[in-house]
Ligand binder design. Structure first.
Ligand SMILES: Nc1ncnc2c1ncn2[C@@H]1O[C@H](COP(=O)(O)OP(=O)(O)OP(=O)(O)O)[C@@H](O)[C@H]1O
Ligand SMILES: [Mg+2]
Length: 471
């Protein structure tokens, strides 16, 4: 970084900057008003502009927007009095890199200069072709070239060409709804509605009338016209039953009948209504296990599970992380009219090493919040939440060890006809973990409980169970 433009009508400030920046080895360019500043930008393309807000002629805020139009990569630091909160907020919203309160503190200037030159260095590493060129025509675009995702695409293609019921299984944020929409929008039903119902979020009594509708006077509070249910609304289209495992048994029976007969009855009504609605259900639990344990009706499970699409965990397809990040950045650039260039190598490495319990949704939220925090067009590690920057189990060593020993343990458990493998494993972990934590925390149980993220009562119960008194 070499050229730095100072725009200020206060000559003393300009002079002080000129001395300081020259001493530090930069090439300062001075302008006493915004018009002159904009001319200098066209001629000299500075990397950084220190811009006063209160200027004669074109105001600092207007100049800020003009500069961003000329070259969004030029970083702009606005200079203003501390008490000018509103102006500061507006400037930051308009993509200023930072603000520098007056009177100017040169140490603060140094810090800003360091940050901007670091940005310039990492920018060379960036690969994102941000110009908003990602395919905008495809609304429900799925990203990822991993073999697991290829399998998913294949299934979407197959299922889009028929009317079978589909069950999508995947942990939180793996893309269940997106896949359901992709099936619908690639199918012959695409011109009719896709109606999503979150069975986990609606109380049971309401869910029944949501799904099946009601006739006038069906219950107190029912509207006089009655109301069609979502099955009817989605007639000709697709209904997406999200978190289907949360349905009550009574509703499960009713759903089973609907699937079998292809017809519904509104609540309180006697007339049966034929429906032509495709059903896609989703669950973040292992529904076959719930069915075996009796938590979910087996006959309904088999009906829903005509075809199963299982979505992979994000941590099992880390090669998909860079294109996903790029996809989300492009999206943000389009939506917020930003010009984020990309993430540094180091940041990407951290993103690929993290475990992503919240899968793609967590990645999406992380990228979005990092863009907001970065105040610039490059994302660095410090813009990530600390849980991602410094995960405890960094290289997934524990996970790899478990992967290698668990199959043997599970096989053995089957031979011995065990029915409490889960508890036994937790006990083994506790027996090692609890004493280690207590010792490391110097017997401080409050600290140990906090570290483990359990209440002190839980910790004491666990110690009792282990017959461990500390020492
Ligand atoms: N393969 C993918 N490509 C692009 N975006 C994706 C992909 N998978 C998921 N997403 C995005 O991640 C977010 C979460 O996806 P979605 O809502 O479909 O997941 P979900 O499994 O239904 O999550 P939850 O369990 O939280 O309901 C959405 O914004 C979605 O657009
Ligand atoms: Mg969902």
């Amino acid at each position: 970084m070499k050229n730095i433009l100072i725009v200020d009508d206060d000559e003393k400030i300009c002079w002080a900057f000129e001395q300081f920046l020259t001493d530090e080895g930069y090439n300062p360019i001075i302008a006493n008003n915004a018009e002159e500043g904009l001319r200098q930008i066209e001629n000299n393309r500075p990397d950084l502009v220190m811009l006063d807000i209160r200027l004669p002629g074109i105001s600092g805020l207007d100049a800020l927007q003009e500069i961003k139009k000329i070259d969004p990569q030029i970083q702009i630091v606005i200079m203003t009095a501390y008490d000018n909160v509103e102006m500061t907020i507006t400037a930051m919203r308009l993509q200023a890199f930072d603000f520098l309160p007056k009177p100017i503190d040169l140490d603060q200037v140094k810090t800003i200069l360091n940050r901007v030159s670091r940005l310039k260095t990492v920018r060379k590493e960036l690969t994102l072709d941000w110009k908003g060129q990602a395919d905008q025509t495809q609304k429900y675009q799925l990203i990822g070239k991993s073999s697991q995702m290829q399998e998913v695409y294949k299934m979407i293609g197959i299922m889009a060409s028929n009317n079978d019921t589909v069950l999508i299984e995947g942990e939180n944020g793996t893309g269940k709804e997106l896949v359901a929409r992709a099936i619908h929008h690639n199918s012959l039903r695409q011109d009719d509605r896709f109606v999503a119902v979150n069975c986990g979020a609606i109380p049971d009594e309401l869910l029944e009338s949501e799904l099946f509708g009601y006739v006038p006077g069906a219950f107190t509070g029912a509207s006089v016209q009655g109301k069609p249910g979502k099955f009817e609304l989605a007639d000709g289209g697709t209904i997406f039953l999200d978190e289907v495992s949360n349905m009550s048994v009574a509703l499960q029976v009713k759903l089973q009948r609907t699937l079998q007969e292809g017809e519904i009855e509104r609540l309180g009504g006697t007339e049966t209504i034929k429906i032509n609605t495709r059903i896609i259900a989703a669950t973040n639990q292992n529904l076959s296990e719930s069915a075996q344990r009796g938590g979910f009706r087996e006959d309904l499970y088999y009906r829903l599970n005509q075809v199963l699409i299982k979505l992979p965990l994000l941590r099992d397809r880390v090669d998909d992380i860079p294109p996903l990040v790029e996809h989300f950045l492009n999206q943000i650039n389009r939506e917020l009219n930003q010009t984020v260039q990309g993430v540094s190598h180091e940041t990407m490495k951290i993103l690929q090493n993290y475990g992503w319990p919240g899968n793609v949704r967590e990645l999406e939220n992380t990228v979005k919040s990092a863009v907001v925090l970065s105040r610039s067009d490059v994302i660095l590690p410090e813009h990530l939440p600390t849980r991602i920057q410094d995960p405890v189990l960094t290289d997934n060593a524990l996970q790899m060890d478990l992967k290698s020993i668990l199959p043997t343990i599970v096989k053995r458990a089957i031979e011995l006809e065990k029915d409490s493998l889960y508890d036994e494993l937790i006990n083994i972990l506790d027996a090692e973990l609890i004493p280690t934590v207590i010792k490391t925390c110097n017997q401080n149980q409050t600290q140990a409980a906090k570290l483990l993220g359990v209440s002190r009562t839980t910790l004491i119960q666990k110690m009792k169970k282990l017959k461990y008194k500390g020492s």
